[in-house]
Write a protein that binds this ligand. Sequence first.
Ligand code: SF4
Length: 363
Amino acid sequence: MLLQTPLPADYMRLSRASLDERIAVAKASLGERLTILGHHYQRDDVIKFADYTGDSLKLAKLSLERPEAEFVVFCGVHFMAEGAVVLAPPGQQVILPDLTAGCSMADMADPDDVDECWEVLQDVCGDQHVMPLTYVNSAARLKAFVGHSGGCVCTSGNADTIVKWALDSADKLLFFPDQHLGRNTAYKLGVPLDQMLVWNPYSELGGHSAEALRRARVILWQGHCSVHSRMSPEHVRRARETWPGVKVLVHPECPFETVQLSDYAGSTEFIIKQVQNAPAGSSWAIGTEIHLVNRLARQHPEQTIVSLDDCRCQCATMFRISPQHLCWVLEELTDGRAQNVIRVPEEVIRWARVALDRMLERS
Ligand code: SF4
């Protein structure tokens, strides 16, 4: 495991203007050798330097379109940088400006716990075809596990297609790490709630009887996003009272009851398109990360756009990618040192690509 080197103290003392200038100078001097990627949830003082913005999969695939770039600086979180390594052309190095930028949801599915769950399911449901599906928000080792076990990756944008294919192909799904995306998607595709159960990795048999595990159609990992799981049905009711006529637009990582009460649910790209295609005067309460909501509000002053969650919760780990860290990794590169390079073992890359290719073939 890599540990984040403390930043030289000088970086912490730089003014905003100096940081901006030094980042711009370092970026210009690296030229075509560098691509900077910025996730939609990234803070404004960092994303303004991104060559491309998008969701995690879109960004990982973008690095393929710039194979001449020696370095990809990924302004996102750890699993996203790993995903870029899995898809990267030979020789390209992927850098995460702050190694402590993890994802609380991805971390809720520890690969050893998932291995253990898988062994139990093989034992208890050995005569059934159980397919593992992982949300793209997961460690590369888990993507490799599903690739090796005949499963597939999905994103919030293609979850309907991939989960439908999996339901048509297998007796039972093991979906991780986000229980909400799994539940919302399977329900939309016709699986009743009483055919889904949540696997608690800290309880024997995940907290269920062997018979219940055998009966379940979908086993959901007990994981969630700390940002989206805050969006509650009460927030939806309050938004409708406060802004009559408002449309509620949420991400499918939000809890089931919230999604059921909303007008629309979809991926970050879906949320952006809904707003882009809406007429002037439209009014939205959006249930996703606050940097994206604020950016949409600034880009569309002709519409009313508010955060569904009145706490305006940000992704705390994504926020760790600061201008200071971005400046540091870029200046280190200009001095010939690649810091914070994300490395994934070859065997993991091989099987994670199998899982990702399976997804790309089907979506
Ligand atoms: S918003 Fe949620 S799922 Fe996305 S990186 Fe942050 S914690 Fe992870």
